[in-house]
Ligand binder design. Structure first.
Ligand code: FRU
Length: 470
């Protein structure tokens, strides 16, 4: 699998469609695979939802889906609102247009709209990944589509006829590659009730740590125009393995959550990672929020709270402990494949760097290096790169700013699974998602300090997680 597609919540069910090649584990012949869940954690595989038309409009590339509550499209009825998916048809020769499919039975089966395409190609090689939202204020559907290294905005009242509004992106943000998989949504700050619009734009290559990554823009959208309100480039996740993330539609404004899921890989090596019989996975779903920082408004993310229900195994806890030399936090059979690690340290006593190592006795390790004075976190996975080329993007150090936001303590939450790390620092503004591959399980967790340095651990909680796929 690659990108998540058609994320829509309807009648108690989260739908997750995704880019899928049923015949092989390398990218080709794109379909939409389908899975459903009632809690975002336990997923049921469903039959393939959308099939390509190799001789005609082509492969089924990425896009979104909405509940057409008022049946504005006429593709369902008022009593049974249709689910309407928007996606890119990409022909064998690479001609890309936007199309629709719809479901009248809550996503069980899908029909291709007979009038496809709904938006013709305006003469651009890369023209794809439509995402549609309902804008309550302007009372219309809005679509964002990636076009080269721009985002095109369109509006519609019936999901079928679209009017072009705006091109966004000239001279703004990162342009090291093609823009893909946009998303647009409002977010409100908790304290001051500031509402802003967020535009997500995936970029490949050109990410901060090589290859694929997702940038975002914070600004205003008035129903006609989006304008960003900052000049710096903002990254949703600095890690190399967080791409093409989009958010669920159909969640009620009362619940108020904005939930994102992303593909956990990178086009630099996606077709080569040593997993079998599958390739490609999704991140843990993340709840997004808008927070105020010294640098301005930023999008923060944390794992959805449903994830906590997986904490069923042993818990290892250390509290208020002064560490004066290297410390083994836990090892051996207690170190499970799937862990939720929470660490909070006091920065005052600390002179230099400290390192969290997740390792084993066979010289395999992940290193999470916290450079407090340099304000940087660095992850090294060069010794957790089993079966990956010894040079290139996979083995280089991964860097991100440390998210301190003026606080005296540094907190890290690390979701470590069998072959992935998802690191949330501070309030969740600087994230690192990274795959790793080891020959043997990593069964030790250590803290390492430079000679003579001290670290006050406010807490270290290591939760074992239920393994839901075994
Ligand atoms: C992003 C992407 C999309 C495209 C899809 C094809 O990973 O390249 O732009 O629609 O994958 O599988």
């Amino acid at each position: 699998m690659n990108d998540p597609n058609g994320l829509v919540y309807y009648d108690g069910v989260y739908h997750l469609f995704y880019q899928y090649n049923p015949a092989d584990k390398v990218w080709d012949d794109m379909h939409w695979g389908h899975a459903t869940s009632s809690d975002l954690i336990r997923w049921t595989h469903k039959p393939v939802a959308l099939f390509p038309d190799a001789e005609g409009l082509g492969y089924v590339f990425s896009g979104g889906a909405v509940v057409d509550w008022k049946n504005s499209s006429g593709l369902g009825s008022k009593s049974t609102p249709p689910l309407v998916a928007q996606f890119t048809h990409s022909s064998v020769s690479g001609h890309q247009v936007q199309s629709l499919a719809y479901s009248a039975d809550q996503g069980e089966s899908w029909v291709m709209y007979a009038g496809n395409p709904i938006i013709e190609n305006p003469g651009i090689a890369d023209f794809r990944d439509p995402k549609v939202i309902w804008d309550d204020r302007s009372n219309q559907w809005i679509m964002v589509v990636a076009a080269g290294d721009r985002i095109k905005f369109y509006r519609s009242i019936n999901l079928i006829d679209w009017e072009f509004l705006q091109d966004f992106g000239e001279g703004i943000g990162a342009h090291g590659g093609c823009w893909e998989c946009p998303d647009l949504f409002p977010l409100t700050t908790k304290n001051q009730n500031i509402q802003k619009w967020v535009l997500l734009v995936s970029l490949n290559p050109g990410g901060p740590n090589g290859g694929s990554a997702t940038q975002y823009f914070v600004g205003d959208f008035d129903g006609d125009n989006f304008r960003q309100e900052h000049s710096d480039t903002l990254w949703l996740d600095y890690g190399p393995d967080h791409y093409a993330g989009i958010t669920w539609s159909g969640l009620s404004p009362i619940n108020g959550r904005r939930i994102l899921i992303a593909w956990m890989s990178n086009w630099q090596y996606a077709n080569h990672v040593p997993t079998d019989p599958w390739r490609g996975a999704m991140t843990v779903p993340r709840e997004l929020s808008l927070i105020e920082t010294g640098q301005g408004l930023r999008v923060a993310a944390k794992p959805v709270s449903e994830y906590d229900q997986l904490r069923v195994g042993q818990q290892f806890i250390l509290e208020n402990t002064l560490i004066e030399s290297d410390k083994l936090l836990c090892q051996g059979a207690t170190v499970h494949d799937s862990l939720d690690i929470e660490i909070e340290v006091e920065l005052d006593a600390l002179q230099g760097d400290w390192i969290l190592k997740i390792c084993n006795e066979h010289d395999e390790q992940l290193e999470i290096n916290c450079r407090v004075t340099g304000g940087e976190i660095e992850v090294r996975r060069d010794r957790a790169a089993f079966d990956m080329p010894p040079e290139g993007d996979f083995v280089r150090a991964i860097k991100a700013p440390l998210d301190l936001n003026g606080r005296q303590n540094l907190s890290l939450r690390i979701l470590k699974d069998r072959s992935s790390l998802e690191i949330f620092t501070g309030e969740g503004v600087a994230l690192i998602t990274a795959l790793f591959f080891t020959h043997r399980p990593l069964n030790q967790i250590k803290i390492e300090l430079p000679d003579g340095d001290q670290l006050r651990l406010i807490k270290a909680v290591i939760n074992e997680l239920e393994s839901i796929w075994d």
